[in-house]
Ligand binder design. Sequence first.
Ligand code: GLN
Length: 498
Amino acid sequence: CWGNIKDRGKAINAYISVEDKDYLQQQASEAQTRWFKGQAKSVVDGVPIAIKDNICTERMTTTCGSKMLEGFESPYDATVVKLLRDAGALIVAKCNLDQFGMGSHNVHSHFGHVKNPKNTDGHFHFSLESLPSHQRSAGGSSGGSAAAVAADLCFAALGSDTGGSVRLPASYCGIVGFKPSYGRISRRGLIAYANSLDTVGILAKDTHDAELIYDILSKYDKQDPTSMLPSMRERIEQEYADYYDKMDLDSLKGVRIGVPQEYRVKELDESIMEIWRMGIQKLQKLGATIVPISLPNTQYALPAYYILALAEASSNMARYDGMRYGHTAEKTTSDLLYADARTEGLGAEVKRRIMMGTFALSAGHYEDHFLPAQKIRRLVQTDFNNVFCMPNPLLDDAVADLSNASKVHAIITPGAISTAPLISKCIPEVDDPTQHTSVKSVDGFIDDVMTVPASLAGMPAITVPAGKSTVDGWPVGLQLLAQYGDEKTLLHVAKLFQ
Ligand code: GLN
């Protein structure tokens, strides 16, 4: 089984490193004994789980998909990894990703592209070299995590979602990608891309499996200053208790689901529109009331995201100085040490983003770019607060509006504007950050248009497989969103919908 995991993982390039065979066997047999004795640590005791390689693990390396951290061994396990190990899970491998989480198609990894393991005939192909037509993007940046789950190389995988990196690959690979509310799951040990947006997310075959992992990870962590406080967790439970108690677990009766008109962007494929329509009908059949809603600032979310995320990234990346850890240039001089380490260690996309982020923060441009983007972020949050009947627990004066028929419990949108594109269409022609010709890199930003609004607002969101495109037969995911902190409603809707 281990050999299988390793070989198949290699064929689709899902894994950057795989755990030692003997160690895994030992762990697995200990778990088996616990199950026989009726002493299993949790439902995932002995279950194989893979981890995106920007999440620190004491065993195996943590590379962030970059030469800069090639061979880096973390001195500690991220809180999420520790929680999984404590629950008995087997951490089997570290998953490929776009360098530092920057990308949408997993084509910006120092360790090569991840290939989408799905095929239109429903079978997996593990020798993809001979089948160029199957070399589709697995999505990014958690492409390795999504591909590993889709190809049955693990039960579930952790990814990180800053602007959609869990949800987009899940849509492309026909699996579930769940990004909980910002702060629900600890970020300690998740290597920062854009701190105010970064969230650990879960990739799994279905919503039930994702929920199992979520229940293990959704804990307050005092070592993460942005972790949702226990008092907030309790407040959410208490405030919604009445509503949750009345929730009909077998249907969506009494649940109002919003369809935001602004998500009908011109880039949206007709085949995705069709599945969106079918998804809405399915929700209706399950008893939900469909409500057309408006989120007027959605159109500004994508540019605002790319200013804020890149600005934060440019400051986060300053720590890679070639001195404390990470790549050091061999032939360098003391005054060029920093520049040489970064020139050699960081990939083209990362450099491009550092430049754009630094520009947005620089004197004179800060007011023109960064500040307006911050304001848009607030407007996007307000849009959501205006349509949800659940109050946003982050706002002191927010009140529930449960009986208002124009307000909704959840929202449904497409998960992506198209099915998985060909990898060849995602690779910049000239991957040189100093050249203007790499327009494709910016073109790729549009693929995040469905997912970034929830990231800016910190809302929980999940993409679930909803069918196959009638045009190319590839999987299509739809996205469900709920109010900040309202994972319960979100998972309830997703479980019935899938
Ligand atoms: N594609 C988006 C970006 O490159 C999102 C990445 C992510 O969520 N890590 O910023």
